[in-house]
Design a protein around this ligand. Sequence first.
Ligand code: PLP
Length: 392
Amino acid sequence: MRIEELQALAGRYAIDTYARAPVEFVRGEGAWLWDSDGRRYLDFFAGLSVHNAGHCHPDIVAAICGQAAKLAGSSNLFYSEPALRLCERLAESSLGGKVFLCNSGAEASECVIKLVRKHAHARGIERPEIVTLDAGFHGRTLGALAATSKLAREDLFGPLPPGFVAVARDDPDALRAAVGGSTAAVMLEPIQGEAGVLPVSDEMLIAAREACDAVGATLVFDEVQCGMGRTGTLWAYEQLPVRPDALTSAKALGGGLPVGAVVTTPELGEVFDRGDHGSTFGGAPIAAAAALAALAVIDDPELLAGVRALGERFRSGLAAIPGVVEVRGRGLMVGMSLARGIDAAAAATGALSEGLVVNVPRPGMLRFLPPLTIGEVEVDRAVAILTTATRN
Ligand code: PLP
């Protein structure tokens, strides 16, 4: 189908919530995408940090096809080895407690919000509060939206669930002041993705950990975007001075299929009782098989060391581009701010026309989230294209 026909279909039938570039990708392999005209693109977006193992990784394809041919799903009212193996793998690779499987980042946020609220009620807190950071992003469902202060428009979507307080992302004193006897949790992304790849400072993370410990609140890290190897360790917190009590994962966890998870410490793993939470599709064998295959690819010390090394190479290449005023991030989660007068959206469009897919999460900057399986050749090619594309 021609792009004009797709645009007409979208205009007539798709509720218009996305600004789409005029391209249809129809095939992928590793770090490469092909459009419907057969043009090849280097993908430095990976479906917003979903295809961390590269497009159509043969092990993930085999796991999905193999499980689809056996049993796509049954029900959480029965046992399923892929789901339980996935819970085991997630718990043993991080917080050592228990896991709830769902289908997206927003669902993982909802689950953890319920969990920390129930935990707070058990501690005698009648109206529990969750402290978040004001530039954070946790999803678009109502609870997750209430935790996402920038988008939580009461005038458009209200009434929103109460019990959320946002503090500035770089103000440890404000965070300490916001955490008190009613606090159920502090919930944050250790590197804020949608805000423009903004690492939260160690000082802020330590303040959050100490404030939670002082009142018995739960520290939740949203690793939906920055987890699954993106920063060069399986979980972002592994490179940070503090450890959370619960983490959320999604995006790359499913290897391209919709999978989300909440992973807890052993203590928090006992908070929910039967019937407290559920999901029809959560942990379906086909999705769990894909996630196990994705974890097998990504949780590989050699690949993760490569992510750290390539990240450094990429960041120093970007920093040398004229007009780049700041490069930030960790591993292959990278943001680049441009000098005033350089139009980031035009640079992204220029890069796309030169065969490089990048993203503009907010004005004045570009975000890069390539598959973690790229090599130096791809990194250098992206830097070369961006050097030309930012000359606008
Ligand atoms: N949390 C973070 C940090 C995210 O970046 C996102 C999505 O971009 C979400 C939660 C929501 O995930 P989903 O779109 O799968 O609901």
